[in-house]
Design a protein around this ligand. Sequence first.
Ligand code: GUN
Length: 291
Amino acid sequence: MTARIIDGKAFAATVRAKVATHVAHLKETQGIIPGLAVVLVGEDPASQVYVRNKGKQTVEVGMNSYEHKLPADTSEAELLALIERLNTDPAVHGILVQLPLPDHLDSDLVINAIDPAKDVDGFHISNVGLLGTGQKSMVPCTPLGCLMMLRDQLGSLSGLNAVVVGRSNIVGKPMAQLLLRDSCTVTIAHSRTKDIEEVCRRADILVAAVGRPEMIKGSWVKPGATVIDVGINRVAAPDKGAGKTRLVGDVEFATASEVAGAITPVPGGVGPMTIACLLANTVTAACRANG
Ligand code: GUN
């Protein structure tokens, strides 16, 4: 069997097109231009790339982008003062603080200082609690993108066995909550899980979010399963030449795609959906702020 390849790039383009239409409508009917503020502390190269892409795509869908680049030695008080200003700025509907923050800053404290209504990452403790209790909340972008792809592939997810490999606050835990909300039977597997291969083989839906290159092999996948690979790992690629690298997921694509019913590639799978969902969350926040 050869799996259907889930084209996240194309899917993300359709989400962005819908967001752009919504933004144009808001502008026309209410004179509102949704605004997204992104805060980057320090010079982490990967974070700089993400932030640049977010800003570019925000502008492309017709929204306002506000970038705040702060030096690595920014104090907690300075960062909190900026967040407070953004919280009270009516032109800013969404606030994202790029993670990871430098070690001297307390991420939990900083994230929880964001107005939950503007927390387009869905990381504020209020949004985490609302999601966990099935109430209306801001939903973290990467798991939201995964859920959209799963619904698109499978229709109803009700009653399916879903296994989420990885228990991070950013992906694993909210992903499990979303799958539970869609009436899946959900298992979270992690580094201490016994017989993890066997656990994975029971999954109709397998979501990999561990950050370990190609950990999940084809032999771990139930025939016909839908596999969502959240991992983005840069590894050496000596076959491409000395010092060359390539991106791989947490799933060994070559073997898993022989067994799965559908699978996301890396790159071009989950990745593009994350920013598309961030834009969608920003429009949602702007709509909620304006009744
Ligand atoms: N760093 C890596 N992924 C994310 C994300 O989804 N949101 C934020 N704020 N930082 C990240």
